[in-house]
Design a binder for this molecule. Structure first.
Ligand SMILES: [Zn+2]
Length: 149
C-alpha cells in the first residue's frame, strides 16, 4: 500500500474498523517516510491475514516464515516431524479464518503458536518463546518455564 503523497511502500496502521460497506475494513495508515495519513479499504474474503508488528508496521501472514521459525525452535527435536509443523500452521490459519480474524498482532500470533507447541515439546516451546517474546533476562526465561508447569 504505497503512500499517495510520496510513494513510499511502507506504512503503519493507526486505526482499523469495519467499514459500512459489507465485508471490508477501513484502515487509517501513516506513511513511515513522510508521515502522511491516508485511508484504505480492504476487502475481506480470500484476503491474506495481516500481522501487525509491535512497532505498528504490517506484514502479510507468511506461512514460510512461520514454518522457518517453528523449524528453528524444533531443531533436533524428533517429537515434531515436518508434517506436524505444517499441520500446526494449517490449524492456526484455519482458526484465525474461522474466527474472522484477518488481522493479528505478532505477539498474539506468537502466543497461539506457543499454545500449539505446549505439550508437544517443552524444549521447542521455550526456544520459540525466547525468540517470539524476545527474552532479555534470565527472569523472563524462568517465567516462561513456570508457565509450562
Ligand atoms: Zn509518504
Amino acid at each position: 500500500m504505497r503512500c499517495p503523497v510520496c510513494g513510499h511502500p511502507e506504512s503503519k496502521v493507526v486505526d482499523s474498523r469495519p467499514s459500512d460497506e459489507f465485508n471490508s475494513i477501513r484502515r487509517r495508515r501513516e506513511c513511515l517516510k513522510c508521515g502522511n495519513r491516508f485511508t484504505t479499504y480492504e476487502r475481506l474474503g480470500d484476503n491474506p491475514i495481516i500481522v501487525v508488528k509491535s512497532d505498528g508496521t504490517t506484514q502479510v501472514f507468511d506461512r514460510e516464515k512461520l514454518y522457518r521459525g517453528i523449524s528453528i525452535a524444533c531443531a533436533k527435536r524428533p517429537n515434531i516431524p515436518n508434517e506436524k509443523k505444517a499441520e500446526i500452521i494449517d490449524d492456526i490459519e484455519a482458526e484465525l479464518r474461522a474466527a474472522g480474524r484477518l488481522e493479528i498482532k505478532s505477539k498474539d500470533l506468537g502466543d497461539i503458536v506457543l499454545e500449539h507447541l505446549r505439550g508437544l515439546d517443552d524444549v521447542a516451546y521455550i526456544r520459540f518463546a525466547s525468540v517470539y517474546k524476545d527474552f532479555q533476562t534470565v527472569e523472563e526465561f524462568r517465567e516462561a518455564l513456570e508457565g509450562l508447569q
